[in-house]
Design a protein around this ligand. Structure first.
Ligand code: SF4
Ligand code: SF4
Length: 448
C-alpha cells in the first residue's frame, strides 16, 4: 500500500512505525473472511482492511478522529484474528493501538461514553475498587432493563456481567513467596492480575498449587498491579505505560534479586500485553531495555507447563472438554497446541470448537462498550460450543469465562484448574454442578 506521510511526519517514531505497517498491506482482503465484525455486519469499514484505510487516512492527514472513524475502530475487538490470516505479516495490533491513542487525543466522546470509559479505567484495574463496585452493582443489578430502556446500554451490560455470587478473597492477594514442594527446580513470578483476582481467585490458586508440586517457587511480587491492557485498548496510552513501568520495576527487582526463570500469566489478554511491553516502551530511554527483558521472560502458564512432566498417570473415565481458544492466546500469542496437549496428557478428551478462530465477544471491556455485537458473538460461540457436546468448557482467559459462563449449561473453567485437579488438586468449584454420575466416575478415576 502506498503512503504519503511527509518527512516531518515520519520523524515521529510512532508515525514511522505506522507507515511501515501500512506499506506491508497489499489490500488483498484475505483478513476480512476471519474478522468477526465483518462476518457479523458485512460492512467493509468493519473489516480489518477497511479499518486500515480509515486509520491511514486519519494519520496521513493528521486529522482529528471523526464520528465515523470512531464508530468503526470502536467496533474492532482487537481479537487479532486478522493477524493470523494476513499473508503479508501486517501488524494490525500496533496500528490499531496507535489509532486508538489518536482517537483518545483528538475526539470528544458523548458524555455517557466518556463516563463509562472513565469509570472502567479507574475501577477495573484496581482490585479493591473493583470489588467495592461489584458489591454496589449487585444491589442495583435488577435495574439493568431500565438502563437499557433509557439508552444506557453499556451500564446495563456491565450490571448483567456481575456474578450472582462473589468468591471469597484468596490468601494470595498480598506479595509473598510460595515455596515449592521438594527441591527447587525454578523460580517464577506469577502475575496476580486485577479483575481476575476478584472474579476468580481459584485460577491463580490452582496455578500456584500445581507449580509448587512441580518444584517451582512462585513469587507474587511487591509493587505489581494491572498489566495495562484494559486502558491500553481504550487508547489511554499514558495510563497504560505507567502501569507497565510499575510492573517492569517490580519484576526487575525480583529478577536482579532472587533471579527469575519466567514471568507467568494465567490471563492471556494480560500475557499478550506484557509480551508487548518491549515495543510499547521502545522509545523510553529509561525503560526500553528493561521492558524488552521483561517481555522476553513472559510466558502463558500453558506455554510454560508444556515442557514439564506433570507426573500424571492417565486414567480411565476422562471427561470431554471443549477447548475454547481465547483470541489473545491463539492470535495474540500464537499459542494453540499447548493447552490442548496438556489437557490430553491429563486424561481429558479434548474437542475443538467449530469456528474456533472467532471471538466470543468478551475482548476486555468490549462486552460493556459494544454490548450488542458482543451478545451476537456470544450466541454464535455458545451454539458452536454446544455442537461439541462436551462436559466442560476450558479456556485460558478470565474475560472469556465471564462472557460464556452465564450463557451455557456446562461449567466453564480455566485450563489450569483442570490440570491442577487432574494432578492431585481439589475439584474446581464450577464442576460441582456437573451431573453426579459424571462427577462420581471422575472422582473414582482420579482416585484409582
Ligand atoms: S490480509 Fe493482510 S495484506 Fe491483505 S488486506 Fe488484510 S491486512 Fe492487508
Ligand atoms: S482485530 Fe479482530 S475485529 Fe479487529 S479488525 Fe482484526 S479481526 Fe476484525
Amino acid at each position: 500500500m502506498q503512503t504519503s506521510f511527509t518527512l516531518a511526519q515520519l520523524a515521529d517514531p510512532d508515525i514511522a512505525e505506522a507507515d511501515k505497517i501500512l506499506r506491508a498491506c497489499v489490500h488483498c482482503g484475505f483478513c476480512t473472511a476471519t474478522c468477526p465484525t465483518y462476518v457479523l455486519l458485512g460492512d467493509e469499514l468493519d473489516s480489518p482492511r477497511g479499518r486500515i484505510y480509515l486509520i491511514k487516512d486519519m494519520l496521513e492527514n493528521d486529522r482529528p478522529a471523526t464520528e465515523e472513524v470512531v464508530k468503526h475502530i470502536d467496533r474492532c475487538l482487537s481479537c487479532l484474528s486478522c493477524m493470523t490470516t494476513c499473508p503479508s505479516g501486517v501488524h494490525y495490533m500496533h496500528l490499531v493501538d496507535h489509532g486508538r491513542a489518536h482517537i483518545e487525543q483528538t475526539y470528544s466522546r458523548p458524555w455517557s461514553d466518556r463516563f463509562m470509559r472513565v469509570l472502567l479505567a479507574n475501577v477495573l484495574p484496581y482490585p479493591g475498587r473493583f470489588r467495592a463496585a461489584l458489591l454496589a452493582g449487585s444491589i442495583v443489578r435488577g435495574f439493568a432493563p431500565l438502563f437499557d430502556a433509557i439508552g444506557l446500554k453499556s451500564l446495563a451490560a456491565m450490571l448483567r456481567l456481575i456474578p450472582a455470587r462473589m468468591p471469597a478473597r484468596s490468601g494470595y492477594e498480598r506479595p509473598q513467596v510460595l515455596a515449592p514442594q521438594g527441591p527447587r527446580r525454578a523460580r517464577v513470578v506469577l502475575l496476580q492480575g486485577c479483575a481476575q483476582q476478584v472474579l476468580a481467585p481459584s485460577i491463580n490458586a490452582a496455578a500456584i498449587r500445581l507449580l509448587n508440586r512441580l518444584g517451582v517457587e512462585v513469587v507474587l511480587a511487591e509493587g505489581e498491579g494491572c498489566c495495562g491492557s484494559l486502558v491500553h485498548h481504550m487508547g489511554r496510552e499514558e495510563q497504560a505505560l505507567a502501569q507497565a513501568r510499575a510492573n517492569i520495576d517490580a519484576w526487575t527487582t525480583e529478577l536482579e534479586g532472587g533471579g527469575l526463570d519466567a514471568i507467568l500469566v494465567t490471563a492471556s489478554g494480560c500475557g499478550t500485553t506484557i509480551k508487548d511491553y518491549g515495543f510499547m516502551l521502545r522509545s523510553d530511554p529509561g525503560f526500553s531495555r528493561k521492558a524488552a527483558r521483561i517481555s522476553a521472560l513472559a510466558r502463558d502458564i500453558s506455554e510454560y507447563l508444556v515442557d514439564f512432566d506433570l507426573g500424571f498417570q492417565p486414567r480411565s473415565g476422562g471427561l470431554t472438554v471443549a477447548y475454547h481458544s481465547a483470541c489473545s492466546l491463539q492470535h495474540g500469542q500464537k499459542i494453540t497446541r499447548q493447552p490442548k496437549d496438556l489437557l490430553a496428557k491429563c486424561g481429558f478428551t479434548v474437542r475443538d470448537v467449530p469456528e474456533g478462530h472467532l471471538c466470543c465477544g468478551s475482548a476486555g471491556t468490549y462486552n460493556i462498550l459494544e454490548p450488542e455485537i458482543a451478545r451476537n458473538l456470544r450466541e454464535r460461540k455458545v451454539k458452536n460450543l454446544e455442537k461439541t457436546s462436551a462436559d466442560i468448557v476450558a479456556t485460558g482467559n478470565i474475560g472469556c469465562m465471564t462472557q460464556l459462563a452465564p450463557a451455557i449449561a456446562v461449567p466453564v473453567v480455566h485450563t489450569i484448574e483442570l490440570l491442577d485437579w487432574a494432578c492431585g488438586g481439589p475439584l474446581p468449584e464450577a464442576l460441582e454442578s456437573l451431573d453426579d454420575s459424571v462427577n462420581k466416575s471422575r472422582r473414582i478415576a482420579v482416585a484409582s
